[in-house]
Design a protein around this ligand. Sequence first.
Ligand code: GDP
Length: 196
Amino acid sequence: LNYRNTGFITSAPDIRHLPQDTGVEIAFAGRSNAGKSSALNRITDQKGLARTSKTPGRTQLINMFEVTQGCNLIDLPGYGFAQVPLELKIKWQKALGEYLQKRECLKGLVVLMDIRHPMKDLDQQMIFWAIESRLPVLVLLTKADKMKSGARKAQLLKVRESSKSFGGDVQIELFSSLKGIGLDQVRRKLDTWFGP
Ligand code: GDP
């Protein structure tokens, strides 16, 4: 697919307000500041496509983008803001879990993690939910350019080794929006999930 043709479709305040459950959807998730917006912008080659609301505590929107008819990318709100009230956190986590488990058109989950701080509790929770729903997962270790080549490879192997215990379809790759590391691989993976 040509990801450069991706365009904004709609925003929803929560999962219940997403458009109807049709076509093929691939969701992007990650802790806030993991580099999710930068990754979406790089993959689609559009600087302003995804924007982050960096205001903690404010309800963030789910954004839907269309690559081509019936092929959508979902930008889920970043999780893990320390300052968000517990009640809101729990509400959001419940909603994310429900979305991963109930959305029929969802065919893959991309989880973005800063290569220097991978696999925090909520990251693992997202992966668990996906596996429970037999959803394949692509983990991108973002900002890979911030590590030297040797350390970067060692970190990749370490995360790959530890994620074997998830037991599901979980692929781990390096990514850098800044340097384009892993870009072709991500696009190819999205292609296979979107299908022919
Ligand atoms: P989000 O909150 O997950 O959407 O994260 P952003 O995409 O807004 O990125 C958070 C911060 O990390 C910003 O300051 C980005 O400039 C920086 N960042 C994102 N991707 C990269 C990357 O590949 N390399 C480097 N060095 N910095 C990055």
